[in-house]
Ligand binder design. Structure first.
Ligand SMILES: *Cc1c(COP(=O)(O)O)cnc(C)c1O
Length: 237
């Protein structure tokens, strides 16, 4: 390893330790078992070399929000013999579903029946079903890609009626200006209802660099961390 990547590795290792400590403290404060929360490293805008370094440090799950970028990194990881769980977390256009279904293990950002149907068709040729999280728009604004609460069960049923898909749970981003406890508290109620309707749909993806503690307090099983792990991104995305 050259000196630059050695330095980057040390930086990522230190950041990772801090994030894991935050998660562990949040679990303890919530009376939850350590290890009940999976870290998804959101590597968008950062190079594949960072993904490989994180994998070497023990990270198992990575998140990306743009198909082209994700596809390239997934291919590089595979070429390097590194097996990771790839989470697609961004707004997804229907003309990209075929590509995403080719490398993703989880699509966290399903917010419409049409997208669920398109993913179902694209996933039919997969060996294992594609895990799906329904993204919920907690403030009822559908413009950022989630379903409003009234549509949650309709979209969920579309997922469960598709052979290539497995309904795995819910995802949300705390709406801007909301108290994260309010947001993730509401998400927990909906996640509980989903678990009753669809046993097996137990994933709750919530919490980012700024609000992971609140998410863990309200039952998140997965936190999606970018900035605290990899550093500030240049562009707002
Ligand atoms: C970028 C992104 C994250 C990570 O956010 P940070 O604040 O950098 O930790 C999490 N979830 C989604 C959907 C994202 O797009």
């Amino acid at each position: 390893m050259d000196r630059d990547s050695e330095g980057r590795r040390a930086e990522l290792a230190a950041n990772l330790q801090q994030v894991l400590d935050r998660i562990a403290r949040a679990c303890e404060a919530a009376g939850r078992p350590a290890g009940g929360v999976t870290l998804t490293a959101v590597t968008k805008t950062y190079p594949a070399s960072d993904v490989l370094l994180l994998a070497g440090l023990g990270v198992t799950d990575v998140g990306e929000n743009k198909d082209q970028e994700a596809a390239a990194k997934a291919a590089q990881a595979q070429a390097a013999g590194v097996r990771l769980r790839w989470h697609f977390v961004g707004q997804l256009q229907r003309n990209k579903v075929k590509s995403v279904a080719g490398y993703a293990d989880v699509v966290e950002s399903v917010g419409s029946e049409r997208l669920a149907e398109a993913l179902g068709r694209a996933a039919q040729t997969r060996e294992v079903p594609l895990d799906i999280l329904i993204q919920i728009s907690l403030d009822g604004d559908p413009s950022r890609g989630g379903v409003v609460e009234d549509d949650l069960w309709r979209v969920s049923d579309t997922v469960t009626s598709s052979d290539g898909l497995r309904l795995a749970g819910v995802m949300a981003v705390a709406p801007l200006g909301w108290d994260p406890d309010r947001a993730f508290g509401r998400l927990a109620v909906l996640a509980g209802q989903m678990g009753e309707r669809y046993p097996g749909a137990t994933t709750v993806s919530a919490g980012m660099s700024g609000d992971l503690e609140a998410a863990v307090r309200h039952g998140a099983t997965h936190v999606r961390i970018g900035t605290s792990l990899l550093g500030m991104r240049n562009s707002l995305r």
